[in-house]
Design a protein around this ligand. Structure first.
Ligand SMILES: [Zn+2]
Ligand SMILES: [Zn+2]
Length: 331
């Protein structure tokens, strides 16, 4: 894994959101971009269904921060949904084939021709995308590990895997796959826990520059982590080791957000827990506390922070941060 650049900074971004253009979301591209701008995000992909929104036509109001970037994108929407980011034009979505690996490969190839890269979106949704369908796809390096749309089953069901189980299966098959967290928000006019609002899933990208190319390249290197509330102080991924520590103040600040809701769970004691997972989804080390490190023994290692809080009315809520994996084969 290449060392992170000396001047690198962490940038907060969301790769997936919708606008009135798709017909089933409630806010204009300008309103959506302004919302993210005004809440301290550094970048946003306006990922409309089969529609390219040119960032140069979006005019923000007031004092526009120079550390806010619209990364051009689209949500390729066919039998499977893909975010295409850092594209120069609309990517075609009409390709048809019964074989879903070929459909995904077409999306990747067409996105590359438009200068961009992809994220496989909400894989455990409608017809779940299977491991054997994903593994043949070349040059696909990212998928949505966490999608904050209330209808998306990130944590599986009695009959469906969790996205983490899917991730471990892909990593075990030798894929280089990074996990992305996103909003997939459609509603910014009506707010509530059950509403599909923004501000609930994001990535923190470590990059030298805030440009579409630099952010995309950093994500393709795995120089980012995904969050549903937990913020990190330190994340060092070397060739076979992960060092991680939680930023308590920034996490508290995120959790105080009126837009963010934790995942309700039945069991567990409140606190911060760090787990390191390797092949087979096996937890190789589990620590209670704000920092930990772990050496990879198997083919890969990834870290997850769970921050569990008990509310005044006795509910248990979980918030997470997920590191990207390290690989011991020198990748
Ligand atoms: Zn979608
Ligand atoms: Zn979407």
């Amino acid at each position: 894994m290449p060392a992170l650049g000396y001047a690198a900074k962490w940038y907060k971004g969301n790769t997936h959101v919708h606008t009135v253009i798709c017909g089933h979301a409630d806010s204009t591209p300008e309103f959506v971009a302004q919302w993210y701008h005004d809440r301290g995000y550094n970048f946003l992909v306006l990922s409309e269904h089969n529609h390219f929104i040119d960032p140069s036509i979006i005019k923000l109001k007031g004092d526009v921060r120079d550390d806010f970037l619209l990364v051009p994108g689209e949500e390729i929407t066919g039998p499977i949904h893909f975010t295409a980011m850092n594209i120069s034009r609309l990517v075609p979505w009409q390709f048809k084939d019964k074989n879903r690996s070929r459909v995904m490969q077409n999306y990747v190839d067409e996105t590359e021709k438009a200068g961009g890269t992809n994220i496989l979106n909400h894989p455990i949704y409608s017809r779940t995308v299977q491991v054997h369908e994903i593994t043949p796809v070349k040059n696909l390096y990212m998928f949505e590990l966490y999608n904050a749309h209330p209808g998306v089953r990130n944590f599986g069901t009695a009959h469906l895997p969790t996205t983490e189980q899917l991730w471990d299966a892909l990593l075990e098959k030798g894929m280089t796959m990074w996990g992305v967290s996103s909003d997939d928000a459609h509603k910014l006019q009506k707010w509530g826990e059950k509403e599909n609002n923004p501000g609930r899933g994001w990535v923190m990208v470590k990059s030298d520059d805030l440009t579409s190319d630099a952010i995309t390249k950093a994500m393709l290197r795995g120089d980012f982590y995904s969050s549903s509330g937990v913020m990190l102080n330190k994340l060092v991924r070397s060739s076979s080791k992960i060092e991680i520590s939680v930023n308590e103040d920034e996490t508290a600040c995120e959790l105080a957000s009126e837009f963010l809701f934790g995942r309700p769970v039945r069991k567990g004691k409140p606190g911060t827990f760090i787990e390191f997972t390797g092949p087979g989804g096996e937890v190789v080390k589990a620590v209670e506390g704000l920092s930990a490190s772990c050496e990879a023994k198997g083919a890969y290692l990834r870290a997850k922070v769970t921050h569990r809080v008990k509310t005044e009315d006795g509910k248990l809520l979980e918030y997470y941060a997920w590191s990207q994996p390290v690989f011991t084969d020198g990748r």
